[in-house]
Design a protein around this ligand. Structure first.
Ligand code: GLY
Length: 597
């Protein structure tokens, strides 16, 4: 089959949609109570400022409209949510190179309509020659080699992840799912979000000759209307389309990775590539106020830390508190402080370090943690030790998409190359950027990583080990067992707190998807001991009251996520892309409607 031709047909109407319709499809009527008066008066996204997309026949919401359209087209062709996820994943590798790259890895949470749940770990892995102290200099200080350059890269997991997911759940032929991305790599017109990303990262993009060759024109970032041509990436994707997993982990692609590693002093070998496996894990499952929450277990800390926070918060009647008022914000910070203290000390790759996940998410443990919280006073993080016994002594940027099909199968995927544009190194001849995920390991216990996370020895580097993540792809079922929410976000260490708030906004405050997603967010991660809040997200009186309670308040812009959610309301899927950065939700039934002029 000529894959180029086969996939071109659906891409043409897809482009027409992208160009012709521009914005989101018509909104459904939100059914949640009016919470707008509860947002701070100067907050950037008052209720009603963004409109959800509504569909009963399938939904794809990602950080990029083209990728969402690719996924929706797969649903229209009869693919299920996992097929759509595979096609979307590869499309994001082309149109969202800063984050959705095949040189990285991630996590998938699946809930099929027949009740099957699954969690897929395609996290990067430390190369066989990695050593615990590889990022320390002779004096024992942490260097920047964990974030920039060849040593920063872990063995990529994305292609193996998609292959494994497709093998277990897919319906359409693999090649048909990879082909749209290969065609997009032949050339796309740079749109606003991409141009903005190139511009914001223009200094980083010229640090590596191959990266600069692709994403800049003689050192100047590509602009809106320019063509982004990724010929080598297109060839890599066609090898993957033809040969599946082997098209990436063996043969030419693996050779190109090894050659670049040799040239730049990196560690990944063809043997490391060949050894890589995506792994099925048991999802973290817990109940929150009658709902079942399904999320990612270690090596992501996301599910367990979210559960620990929500279990503490379940002991308080949040509905009776003013949303983002002092009581709500205080309890949120105290729950986060305690859950992150445990996260940072204990969580790691379960194949290397025994994990206390079951205890950490139990009601009994939540009660002991809750008992240490004062309602009128912040607890200093220095007074909050990890609570599950002695921690082991040895052992953003990301993207997310949420998909549901007409049958009710749901998929949440968070994937990353860590920093924007990863380690900045594009593999010559293969056309993809490599990750800098090695920075998510503990380079040195007690020394913060790029997200300010102060982590312990459990997460120390070891050959073949997977670095601890915060990615939290999550599916929530309503009390009668139907999918209520499919969600996730990028944002490094803030991923978990963003998703806790998304779940709580929907479950506790009854918000519709648009209000829940546009609500202001908070973050606390134990250390540094500060309560971060989005600029103008809290009113002045609340900030002052929280300060009086002992919280170190830190107002910040642009730190808190890019949440992509689907909420099922009265049998219909409603979705929005986070207005903070500007992705797109595409509902399958929307194409049947007249084009909105
Ligand atoms: N690289 C960010 C994370 O996995 O949490």
């Amino acid at each position: 089959m000529n894959l180029r031709r086969a996939a071109l047909v659906p891409i043409l109407p897809l482009m027409a949609l992208v160009m012709g319709r521009g914005g989101a499809a018509p909104a459904s009527a939100p059914v949640a109570p009016d919470t707008s008066r509860l947002f701070a008066p100067a907050w950037e996204y008052p209720r009603g400022s963004i409109a959800p997309v509504r569909s009963t026949a399938g939904m794809v919401v990602t950080t990029d409209r083209i990728a969402s359209e690719v996924g929706a087209e797969i649903l229209r062709r009869g693919g299920n949510a996992v097929d759509a996820a595979v096609a979307t994943h590869f499309a994001l590798a082309v149109v969202n190179p800063e984050a959705g790259n095949i040189g990285g890895g991630g996590f998938m949470v699946v809930r099929m309509a027949d009740g099957t749940t699954a969690a897929l770990d395609f996290r990067e892995m430390a190369p066989g020659r990695a050593t615990r102290d590889m990022f320390l200099d002779a004096a024992g200080n942490v260097t920047n080699r964990s974030t920039e350059g060849h040593l920063a890269a872990g063995v990529p997991g994305s292609v193996a992840g998609m292959w494994e997911a497709h093998k277990r759940f897919g319906r359409l032929p693999w090649a048909e799912l990879v082909a749209p991305a290969a065609n997009l790599a032949d050339g796309i017109v740079v749109h606003q979000r991409l141009a903005q990303s190139f511009y914001n990262n223009r200094k980083e993009l010229v640090k590596n000759a191959e990266t600069a060759r692709i994403f800049t024109r003689r050192g100047e970032p590509l602009r809106v209307g320019d063509r982004l041509v990724q010929t080598d990436l297109a060839e890599t994707l066609r090898r993957v389309a033809r040969n599946g997993r082997d098209g990436f982990y063996t043969g030419r692609t693996a050779e190109l990775v090894e050659a670049e590693m040799r040239r730049g002093g990196g560690l990944i070998t063809r043997e490391d590539m060949g050894r890589y496996k995506a792994l099925w894990r048991d999802p973290v499952r817990f109940r929150y106020r009658g709902h079942e929450v399904i999320s990612m277990p270690p090596p992501s800390s996301g599910g367990a830390t979210m559960a620990a926070m929500l279990k503490i918060l379940e002991g308080y009647d949040l509905r009776r508190m003013r949303f983002m008022g002092p009581d709500h914000a205080h309890l949120f910070a105290e729950a986060a402080r305690r859950a992150y203290a445990d996260r940072n000390a204990y969580l790691a790759d379960p194949d290397f370090v025994p994990q206390p996940t079951a205890r950490m998410i139990s009601d009994a443990y939540a009660a002991t943690r809750r008992a240490t919280i004062r309602r009128d006073r912040a607890t200093a993080s220095a007074q909050v030790a990890p609570g599950l016994g002695a921690p082991p002594t040895e052992g953003t940027e990301t993207t997310h998409y949420s998909i549901m099909d007409q049958r009710g199968n749901a998929v949440a995927v968070t994937t990353t190359i860590n920093s924007l544009y990863g380690n900045l190194v594009t593999v010559p001849g293969a056309g993809f950027l490599l990750n800098n995920e090695m920075d998510d390991f503990t380079s040195k216990p007690g020394v913060p990583n790029q997200f300010g996370l102060v982590q312990g020895a459990a997460n120390a580097i070891a050959p073949g080990k997977r670095m601890l993540s915060a990615m939290t792809p999550t599916i929530v079922l309503d009390p009668s067992g139907r999918v209520k929410l499919v969600t996730g976000t990028p944002g490094g260490s803030t991923i978990i707190t963003s998703i806790v708030q998304q779940v709580s906004n929907v479950v506790d405050f009854g918000m519709d998807v648009a209000t829940a997603t546009s609500a202001p967010r908070l973050h606390h991660q134990h250390l540094p001991d500060s309560l971060r809040f989005e600029r103008r997200g809290l009113d002045a009186a609340t900030v002052s009251r929280l300060r009086g309670m002992g919280h170190a308040m830190a107002e910040r812009q642009g730190f808190q996520g890019d949440v992509q959610s689907i909420v099922v309301t009265n049998g219909a899927m409603t979705a929005v892309a986070d207005p903070r950065r500007g992705g797109a939700a595409v509902g399958v039934a929307e194409v049947a409607r007249p084009v909105v002029q």
